[in-house]
Design a protein around this ligand. Structure first.
Ligand code: 2NL
Length: 360
């Protein structure tokens, strides 16, 4: 009997050692431990034995069964590992293959400039904030110290939704990205350093205005942030954006309800054979609005204006895209003309970065 078992075990182990894939291994398992397997048949035969015989054969058979089961599991793990190693060896992927240039879609100048602006401010430690296009009157106007009688609130300047039932509250399409900054102030303990790029909407349509346009605003709030930081930040931005070592700039007193004092920023320029040259010359181009955040706006953002102060600015992305890339017609930006996109579009494979160049 024991001799019998020894030779059976020897046979099974030889078959297991020879099983070179998981399917063969499974066949060997069924032939030994399956319902009609060699080991199972021997276990069934225990029932026909005398009690004395069973006392010896029972434990011996059980031990055999356990050893076989263990070997099968070990072999299965080995085969699995070998199969994976083989796949890793043969299924290679050449990540150095050059990208295909077809279909040759291009990046819209607005997207390009937005990415450039983000890269520049990210380098200065600003985070990007986003928010809804549909806003409440409070976030779009009230929190920004824009009084009820202000012209910007008029029906023919702002897109209003129908009032909600049983109330006279009307939602608006945001007319600037400032609401994003109010929401950030509510959620964030200063110091705050963010830019808010995105779509904005005003009921305005002519040569130089489209009902939907793009804006980027910036906000810095801390305990000692002052006008010098505003000027330094905006000068650094202009140099980086126009890719110049030096730019002539002018800060002109102005007025916005949400800043005090307020300044508009002009950049020096000249016209050379009908072509606009930026950074030098005796002409001026307005490129953005800015100022120190009004105490009422700090308070509306849930912060104490006795403790916190800061600056903010806003500029039109479409407009600075036209200036930088010499694109003459604003309305063509939103006509989806493929010829225009091919001409003014940018490579989808070159992400703007300060290290590799903003526009390459
Ligand atoms: C412009 C002028 C500006 C701001 C936007 C702002 C936002 C908050 C608080 C205070 Cl939350 N100010 N934004 C400030 C000054 C000017 O935009 O001409 N934009 C195209």
């Amino acid at each position: 009997m024991t001799e019998d078992l020894d030779s059976l075990e020897h046979e099974i182990h030889a078959a297991l050692a020879g099983a070179s894939d998981e399917r063969t291994l499974e066949a060997v398992r069924v032939a030994a431990l399956g319902k009609k397997g060699s080991v199972s048949e021997k276990l069934k035969a225990l029932g026909t034995m005398s009690p004395e015989e069973r006392k010896v054969a029972g434990p011996a058979l059980n031990d055999l069964k356990n050893r076989v089961a263990e070997t099968i599991e070990r072999r299965r793990a080995e085969l699995k590992e070998a199969a994976l190693a083989e796949r890793l060896r043969t299924e290679t992927l050449d990540v150095t293959l050059p990208a295909r240039f077809e279909p040759a879609g291009t990046i819209h100048p607005v997207t390009q400039v937005m990415e450039e602006v983000i890269a520049i401010f990210a380098d200065m430690g600003f985070a990007v904030a986003e928010g809804p296009h549909i806003e409440t009157d409070w976030y779009n106007f009230g929190a920004l110290n824009i009084p009820p009688e202000h012209p910007a609130r008029q029906e023919h300047d702002t897109f209003y939704f129908h009032p909600k039932p049983h109330s006279n509250e009307r939602m608006v399409l945001r007319t600037h990205t400032s609401p994003v900054q109010i929401r950030t102030m509510e959620e964030t303990e200063p110091p705050i350093r963010i830019i808010a790029p995105g779509r904005t909407f005003r009921s305005d349509s002519d040569q130089t205005h489209t009902p939907m346009f793009h804006q980027v605003e910036g906000l810095v709030i801390d305990e000692t942030t002052h006008l010098g930081h505003l000027k330094g930040t905006l000068e650094a931005f202009c140099k980086a954006f126009f890719e110049l070592d030096a730019v002539k700039m002018r800060f002109r007193p102005s007025h916005f309800p949400f800043t005090e004092p307020s300044m508009e920023v002009d950049i020096g320029c000249s016209w050379d054979k009908g072509e606009l040259k930026i950074g030098v010359g005796d002409s001026w181009l307005e490129i953005l609005g800015s100022g120190m955040v009004h105490p009422n706006v700090i308070r509306a953002g849930g912060l104490d204006p006795e403790r916190y102060q800061g600056f903010a600015f806003g500029m039109g992305i479409d407009r600075i895209a036209m200036l930088k890339y010499g694109i003459p017609d604003l309305r063509a930006f939103f006509e989806a003309d493929l010829r225009w996109l091919r001409h003014y579009g940018f490579s989808a494979l070159a992400m703007p970065s300060l290290a590799e160049g903003l526009s390459v």
